[in-house]
Design a protein. Structure first.
Length: 291
């Protein structure tokens, strides 16, 4: 494949994802009460929002530490500070480049360029870091579904929620032993860190609910929040925008809950993610100015 064809393919993919992002947001915004959504967001408590930002960034710091453990398992020794700056810059690219993997590609490129390490090893560390997060997400999602309204609607499915939660980490351990044995020494600590990452993001989402005075059915909103996080991993929209909102809208509609509250939670969380990711850009600009 020529360079021109490769660029055209990437551009076509980006346009498709941009179109899907706009379409998803347009569908949701066309079905909710925009005036009420504006009122909910404009009356949000700034103190709860500040606390939400704090917990969101705590989750990202833990995530960066976990990723560095995978790097060290392949012999890549990075300082925690350098790794954190690289992580935040990758987070910025993940949010604003199509597919949500632009930041991962950037990290792989930079580390291969500046360190004596093969691409496949860096890719394995970044990839398994992602997979580790997904297992924690699935584990906590299944646990939160048990006390949610979903069990009232689908009581015959409760055993599946428990089965998924119980099987998540044994499956993760098995896959690590079979395909990524180099990460076995850090399996336990990274598994705990993965749960802490998702738990602190869950606290961040709960604080947003408190900020918008959504004090009822919180378990349901938080369960859908975790499920929607799985949806944002799929490379269908830019930075996951639209995918989370569509998940919230249809899941809450199915449960008969207020969709405006869910969309407000989703949009505020995205803004917090975007604002927090600017730390990486500022760190890079400072580094370039110092040079």
């Amino acid at each position: 494949m020529t360079k021109a064809r490769h660029l055209n393919k990437k551009l076509f993919k980006a346009l498709i994802q941009a179109a899907m992002t706009v379409a998803a947001l347009a569908i949701v915004m066309g079905k909710i009460d925009l005036d009420r959504l504006k009122t909910i967001v404009s009356h949000a408590s700034p103190w709860y929002l500040l606390a939400s930002i704090l917990f969101f960034n705590i989750s990202k710091i833990i995530n960066a530490i976990r990723l560095n453990r995978f790097f060290r398992s392949i012999g890549l020794q990075l300082s925690q500070w350098y790794n954190l700056k690289l992580y935040y810059l990758g987070m910025f690219y993940n949010l604003f480049l199509p597919g949500g993997v632009g930041g991962d590609g950037y990290k792989i490129f930079i580390l291969k360029k500046n360190h004596d390490i093969t691409v496949i090893n860096v890719f394995n560390a970044v990839f398994w870091d992602r997979v580790s997060g997904i297992f924690a997400l699935v584990f906590l999602s299944a646990l939160l579904l048990v006390p949610s309204r979903f069990t009232t609607i689908y009581p015959e499915q409760v055993h599946w929620f428990w089965a998924i939660a119980i099987a998540a980490y044994p499956l993760s351990l098995l896959l690590t032993r079979l395909f990524y044995r180099q990460f076995m020494p850090v399996f336990l600590v990274t598994a705990v860190e993965s749960i802490l990452v998702q738990a602190t993001q869950l606290v961040s989402a709960w604080l947003i609910l408190m900020a918008i005075s959504a004090t009822t059915n919180q378990i349901d909103y938080l369960a859908i929040f975790l499920i929607s996080s799985v949806a944002t991993i799929l490379p269908l929209t830019i930075g996951g925008a639209g995918a989370r909102e569509v998940t919230f809208f249809y899941a809450l509609s199915h449960l008969g809950l207020d969709t405006n509250t869910g969309i407000a939670l989703s949009l505020i969380f995205f803004v917090i993610s975007a604002v927090s990711s600017l730390v990486g850009v500022l760190a890079r600009m400072r580094h370039e100015n110092a040079e």
